[in-house]
Design a protein around this ligand. Structure first.
Ligand SMILES: *Cc1c(COP(=O)(O)O)cnc(C)c1O
Length: 605
């Protein structure tokens, strides 16, 4: 009423006596309403007909007939009925007084308070916006299957709810400082507040949400200002969720689990037999198998290193699957495809490097700011060695002799030096060989496979040559390498054979490889079963990827104003519909659009 008095005085100064008179009448009616409320009188019907003037184009006001129906049936009094109903009813009564006046139709008695509160919550809005920008990078590929997704969901919902907790009507005793501290509470505290929540339906909500496809979510807006900002954040989050990758059938998941566990047991047994202290890394080679298989292995066995042979297949799978998978590329690579691979932020290693051109191509592509900024480590590379000297097999010649200072540097040595000196974004991690099928099939004693012996020998000669090459050593000391922001600088330490890994051993010969010191075994068929390169398998794979690619869980969010006039003073009823780009380095267009229409209203006549 204070605001109303003030406004009356202002109008009086302008000599508008008719409006002042009407305003004073309104003040009396509001006093009457206050009396009814404090004396717990029966709620009076509103009697609003279609003919009652209303400003529905400016204020989207829902029908009031339902109020009168309830009043007729339940005969509620102010104190003896549901609190939410009487609260809504109170604002509706107030609203009617103004709506049916002549001079006060568009006057918002709460306008000043709301504008003040919104300005005062600037710190909270800023904190939320910053937090959200960070989250968007972290959650750039949220699929409902990801482990963190449900937690993220409850964080965003909490933020939205905490916006409501700062509603002035609920915290009448709180001062601005208190409000500000509430609004910029760090995310963990917000979550902890869940302990104080009596009924928490969030898990149910999440389970429902994750089964949607192109669903629609309706949000009832509570208030303008800070609450609206957090509601928009929630909407934006909902629109960014994608359908989970198709799930492998239970029997298939069980099969994969027992296969991969079987391979791990074989690795351990081989290590025990050969007295190897540090078991090699298991690289599960998932080429030509559908993404649901990878997902099943990921979930059921905790496998994180996966290998792929085809650039497009790796790119598609990386796009669809969780970000903490570490992808190894192990196939033939043309240098014009290096760009595609380099754009995968969780590409862990390229194991099939066999030319300077390719090394420089990868270096150039990884160094691009848009790629480098998303990486958490340099790209590890292995130089492929054609130990079996087969025609048509890629890889450089093995080093079978010690290098002599006056000789030309052999190709393997030259490439290793090129990587170490001219490719700051790459790290030479080791040598890789595929080896001849015949060699792994032949019934060798564990230490006799000539391909593995040749790789071991190549490493010995390579490290020895690098150490003795004074010119190279000088240059190496003058070189600086790139490390991603925020991670420990890692470069080449003291050169020794232990610094260079050996990637060797596949399904058929992993025991032999381990006996000869393999650091990385690449196992395909024994992890995933036989693979088929026929068109049926390709179709299953592509259908899965396509299904994942295009389907948001929610593609429409509809905002409704509560059945309480004034509460959303910007008259903000919006449909947000989106085809969001899945690389969220850019701020999402829907959020930008919504916020730009959110300027606090100032009504001054
Ligand atoms: C396919 C492939 C593997 C896996 O072979 P399996 O015999 O199925 O274990 C390992 N390394 C490379 C380079 C491959 O292309």
């Amino acid at each position: 009423m204070d605001a109303l008095y003030r406004r009356c005085h202002e109008i009086e100064a302008q000599g508008l006596s008719e409006a002042v008179q009407e305003g004073q009448g309104l003040i009396e009616q509001i006093s009457g309403l206050k009396y009814e409320l404090t004396h717990d009188r029966a709620l009076a019907p509103l009697h609003v007909t279609d003919a009652t003037p209303r400003l529905s184009s400016q204020w989207p006001v829902p029908s009031t007939a339902a109020y009168d129906d309830i009043i007729a049936a339940a005969k509620p009094t102010w104190h003896q009925y549901e609190w939410l109903f009487t609260e809504c009813y109170l604002y509706r009564r107030l609203r009617l007084l103004f709506e049916t006046s002549t001079h006060w139709k568009s006057y918002d008695p709460f306008g000043d308070t709301k504008a003040r509160a919104f300005r005062a919550s600037a710190a909270g809005v800023h904190a939320c916006a910053t937090w959200w920008a960070e989250l968007q990078t972290a959650a750039s590929r949220v699929t409902a299957a990801q482990p963190g997704a449900s937690r993220l969901f409850s964080e965003v919902v909490c933020t939205s709810l905490w916006g409501n907790a700062t509603d002035l009507s609920l915290l009448t005793q709180a001062d601005y400082e208190h409000l500000q501290s509430l609004q910029s509470t760090p995310q963990d505290d917000r979550l902890m507040k869940l302990d104080h929540v009596l009924v928490n339906d969030m898990p149910t909500l999440w389970n429902r949400l994750r089964t949607l496809k192109r669903g629609r979510i309706d949000l009832v807006l509570d208030n303008s200002g800070f609450e609206l900002v957090t509601d928009l954040l929630l909407a934006d989050f909902l629109l960014s969720l994608r359908t989970p990758i198709p799930v492998a059938p239970k029997t298939r998941a069980a099969e994969l689990r027992s296969r991969i566990e079987g391979v791990r047991t074989r690795i351990q047994t081989a290590c025990d037999r050969a007295q190897v202290a540090v078991p090699p890394r298991l690289l599960a080679v998932s080429k030509l198998h559908p993404p649901s298989d990878v997902m099943a292995a990921y979930e059921a066995t905790g496998q994180r290193h996966f290998g792929e042979n085809y650039v497009q297949e790796l790119v598609d799978k990386a796009n669809a699957l969780p970000e903490d998978i570490q992808w190894h590329f192990i196939g033939g690579l043309q240098s014009n495809k290096a760009k595609l691979l380099a754009a995968v932020p969780n590409l862990y290693a390229v194991e099939s490097l066999d030319s300077e051109k390719l090394a420089l191509g990868l270096q150039k592509a990884i160094a691009k700011p848009e790629n480098a900024s998303l990486r958490t480590q340099p790209l590890y590379v292995y130089v492929q060695v054609n130990t079996s000297q087969e025609e048509g097999k890629s890889g450089l010649a093995a080093m079978t002799q010690p290098w002599k200072q006056d000789e030309e540097r052999p190709p393997l040595m030259a490439l290793a030096q090129k990587i170490m000196l001219s490719c700051p974004h790459l790290r030479l991690r080791g040598l890789m060989t595929i080896g001849a099928l015949a060699n792994s099939r032949a019934a060798h004693d564990d230490t006799q496979n000539p391909d593995f012996a040749s790789l071991v020998e190549s490493r010995r000669h390579l490290v020895d040559a690098l150490k003795r090459d004074a010119e190279f050593q000088n240059k190496l000391r003058a070189t600086t390498w790139w490390t991603p922001q925020g991670s420990q600088p890692d470069a080449y330490g003291e050169l020794s054979e232990r610094c260079l890994e050996l990637s060797m051993g596949m399904s058929a010969d992993l025991e032999a490889a381990i006996a000869m010191g393999s650091s990385n075994v690449r196992i395909g068929s024994d992890c995933f079963g036989s693979r088929s390169s026929n068109s049926d398998a390709a179709q299953v794979r592509e259908a899965e990827l396509k299904e994942y690619e295009g389907v948001p869980l929610v593609d429409t969010v509809v905002f409704h104003t509560k059945n309480m006039p004034w509460f959303v003073s910007v008259g903000f009823v919006a449909h947000l519909r989106t085809q969001r780009s899945r690389t969220l380095q850019r701020p999402s267009p829907s959020l930008r659009l919504a916020i730009s229409s959110l300027r606090p209203t100032r009504r001054r006549r």
